[in-house]
Design a protein around this ligand. Structure first.
Ligand SMILES: [Zn+2]
Length: 235
């Protein structure tokens, strides 16, 4: 039986054999490197191929987003807002948990009876605060971009999604993932424009992308940012 993995000096390659496969595909994803091969492919060919592709694999691995750091919502942790890093401060106070942003020293302060606040409550309080920011900012910005594009949604709603930034249904209702508030303003604008353009094109066809390009000529740069950092924006 052939080995299921090949380990080199720099990385590990998972070998996946497909019964009816005739060609060879090399894939690099945040979960690792895999080589999809036809059955009975001689192992020396596999080794040569990996050797030849080593530089490319290393480059691709370097481009993969790093997994989000484990959060405990404690003093000194970094939070993102509009693409900028803020330091989380905890402040003892005798009232209910509150969050305050300070742009002058780039801090986000969570105050309250700290000894009684669990990690779960710290997380929920900060996430609720993000949702409020999203509610205010995304609604206002959608209005502004609606005027610019002439595309007006029936409504906009803030939601929590695991694997998407927004959506636009056929009736013209737009939903945004509040987690986009961590991205730079230009990326947020791209998301809004993307969803507004779906009011005209309910697909990702050529016409859709042409319209997106009209209002967001550099949209590929914003897409790259999301691809690179998206995984770290899960709170
Ligand atoms: Zn879309």
């Amino acid at each position: 039986m052939p080995p299921s993995h090949i380990t080199t000096e720099d990385f590990k390659v998972k070998l996946v054999t497909h019964a009816r496969r005739v060609n060879i595909t090399l894939k690099v994803s945040p979960t690792g490197v895999s080589l999809h091969i036809p059955p009975k492919l001689p192992m020396d060919i596999v080794h040569t191929l990996i050797e030849e592709k080593t530089d490319w694999i290393k480059q691709q691995l370097a481009k993969q987003p790093s997994p989000a750091p484990e959060r405990q919502w404690l003093q000194g942790e970094t939070l993102l807002l509009f693409g900028q890093a803020f330091t989380l401060q905890l402040q003892q106070k005798s009232d209910s948990p509150k969050v305050k942003l300070s742009g002058s020293d780039n801090t986000i302060t969570l105050s309250g009876r700290l000894h009684r606040i669990s990690e779960k409550t710290r997380r929920k309080t900060i996430i609720d605060w993000y949702k409020e920011q999203a509610e205010r900012y995304l609604n206002k910005r959608t209005e502004e971009l609606s005027q610019l594009t002439g595309l007006t949604p029936k409504s906009t709603t803030i939601k929590t999604y695991k694997a998407r930034w927004g959506s636009c249904d056929k009736r013209g209702h737009i939903q945004y993932n509040w987690q986009i508030m961590q991205a730079p303003p230009s990326v947020i604008d791209y998301l809004i424009i993307h969803e507004l353009c779906h009011l005209k094109h309910h697909n990702h066809g050529k016409g859709f992308w042409r319209l997106v390009t009209t209002f967001s000529p550099e949209y590929q740069r914003e897409q790259d940012w999301l691809k690179q950092h998206g995984a770290t924006l899960q709170l």
